[in-house]
Write a protein that binds this ligand. Sequence first.
Ligand SMILES: C[S@@+](CC[C@H](N)C(=O)[O-])C[C@H]1O[C@@H](n2cnc3c(N)ncnc32)[C@H](O)[C@@H]1O
Ligand code: SF4
Length: 470
Amino acid sequence: MRGVKTSVIPDFTQNPKLLEIFGESGPYYTSYPTHGNWSNPLNHADYVKSMKDFFLKNGDVPIHIYVHIPFCAKLCFYCICNIVVTNNRERMQYFVDYLCREIDLLGALFDENSIIPNIKEIHLGGGTPSHLENDQLEHIVNKLGGIADLEGLSEFAMEIDPRTTSQENLKFYNTLGINRISFGVQDFDADVQLAINRVQPMEMVEGLLSPDVRECFDGFNFDLLYGLPKQNRKTFKKTVDLVKQLAPERITLLKYAHAPELRKHMRLINSEMLPSVDELPLMFHDAVQSLTAGGYVWVGIDHFAKPSDDLAQAVAEKRAWRNFGGFTTGETHNLIGIGPTATCAIGNAYYQNAYAMKEYYKAIDEGKFPIQQGYQMDSDEVLRREVILKILCDSSLDYKQIESKFGISFPDYFARELASLGTFERDGILEFNGESFNLTPTGQFFGRHVAKVFDKFLQKTEGVYQITGP
Ligand SMILES: C[S@@+](CC[C@H](N)C(=O)[O-])C[C@H]1O[C@@H](n2cnc3c(N)ncnc32)[C@H](O)[C@@H]1O
Ligand code: SF4
């Protein structure tokens, strides 16, 4: 199932018990502990200490850099990201100057401590990096060139709103070294696009992907959302068919998170227009079936890749990893975030930059990293992170591998967890093989649910052991 082409996807939607399990809420584990559990009041000084300690011990470890550029031209009603809708060029230039000053702070930290970071991946995200002018983007990339060898990067990716770019711009980004593009697509249906305030016909995306543009890049990713207003099984199947025609190398398929209490603008979506809760697993299953039948490898949870893509190969070789952006090829496990709200995973600590632009600018004016919160893991959490990510990335868990890395007896340490996995075995979700277990083909839909059993925060608050009790 994983790492191979297949057109046979088990239909768990025919089994009411599995449907019930699938519908349970739970984390997507882009970090462990998950963001909601980062409770330590960490600040600039903690961050500086974590960075120094980490690089002292791990000088040459490959690093991923994420840069958050929060601006968008227009509000998409479904958007949950931290964004600023503006077309005010001066406001954006003001931000670019501060962002570059944050990169300077990082450069100074490296220089003062004789650190030469081995930066292998950079991701420009947001918001919409393509909403900046080309010269602003070039300025940021040149600044990043002061801390990273841009020519030595394995991956230099950029998120793009197809409505804010052109073939010429895409070629320009490539001259800056960008080798992967991620397009926000979401859905190609005209009624859905109207309901989400994002009109972007398939022809617009197709028009950008000329052979010479494709030639410039190692690959394209399309973001898709299911659960949007006016969507149904039929319309979404059509969107997936059109996506397959355009043949991006990677696809990210997320469930729409409707949180009007958190993002007021989501009230502009009439909740009566949302597909029913019962339809969601069917839409997801249809999409998995269609994409795998179309030759995509199901990387896990929400990601698909062509078999020739690095990500599919990383899964086949059990090298894949998961970070705040989803599944990765696993070259980097440590990540530095730059820009408002950007998150950082360095060694055994997480950090996050300020949300409010005012706070972000204030910290930079004071010559400080704009850290707002974070989390310092203990040794049990580091172990659980490894177990959870291994289940999600490899669809299996080898006890010996964990034992040799952490010096524990897996069956003793996780006796309670292993006992509660029995119910997943009975439901055909996983199989035990002596000193390991793996997800079955049906179990591919339930990696998150199995991983939850090892999440100590859910053990405390949600009684995870009861979730599939006999
Ligand atoms: C920063 S946006 C993508 C880049 C660019 N701004 C664009 O929209 O074309 C990142 C992705 O977050 C996802 N996203 C946004 N709001 C979401 C929500 N409410 N639930 C789930 N995913 C969401 C979308 O798939 C979106 O493409
Ligand atoms: S989906 Fe992308 S373009 Fe739309 S508001 Fe969110 S970040 Fe901006």
